[in-house]
Design a protein around this ligand. Structure first.
Ligand code: ZN
Length: 145
């Protein structure tokens, strides 16, 4: 005996496996759309993880102009002797470059103008360096030293 279900268009009972509704002629979608939706969702999640893995491998550092990098610059400056007498008022990225002498030791260098609360500015060179087992560390020195 055929399982009955209401037609999505006209609401009349039709066989669940019918391709079209015998009353209104609308296509019976059955459960195929659920399978399609699941496949699309799983693909989207897979693409997300592949892109993230690719980014971690080839772009492990935050962009010099990113909010995350700005946070790193600030905390690096705050840990320096200059920060004992001066405060940072603004950060202005002057230049960024990526150095990749070999794939295992990639670096990103950000040249950054740090505006200080004494009205002066100092140009710092911050270097992100990849740790061998993932992640990175950051060092900052006034440019020209
Ligand atoms: Zn119908």
């Amino acid at each position: 005996m055929a399982t009955l279900k209401p037609c999505e268009t006209c609401g009349k009972e039709i066989a669940a496996e019918a391709r079209t509704c015998p009353h209104c002629g609308a296509r019976n979608r059955g459960w195929g759309w659920v399978v399609n939706l699941l496949l699309i969702s799983v693909s989207a999640v897979l693409v997300f993880f592949i892109v993230r893995a690719y980014n971690d491998r080839f772009h492990p550092f935050p962009a010099c102009t990113s909010q995350r990098a700005a946070g790193e610059f600030k905390s690096t400056f705050d840990g320096s002797p200059l920060a004992r007498t001066l405060n940072l008022t603004a950060i202005d990225v002057v230049r960024q470059e990526s150095i990749s002498d070999d794939t295992a030791r990639q670096r990103r260098v950000c040249e950054v103008k740090l505006m200080l609360n004494n009205g002066r500015s100092v140009t710092y060179r911050f270097t992100f360096t990849l740790r061998p087992n993932g992640g990175y560390y950051i060092e900052g020195l006034p440019a020209g030293l």
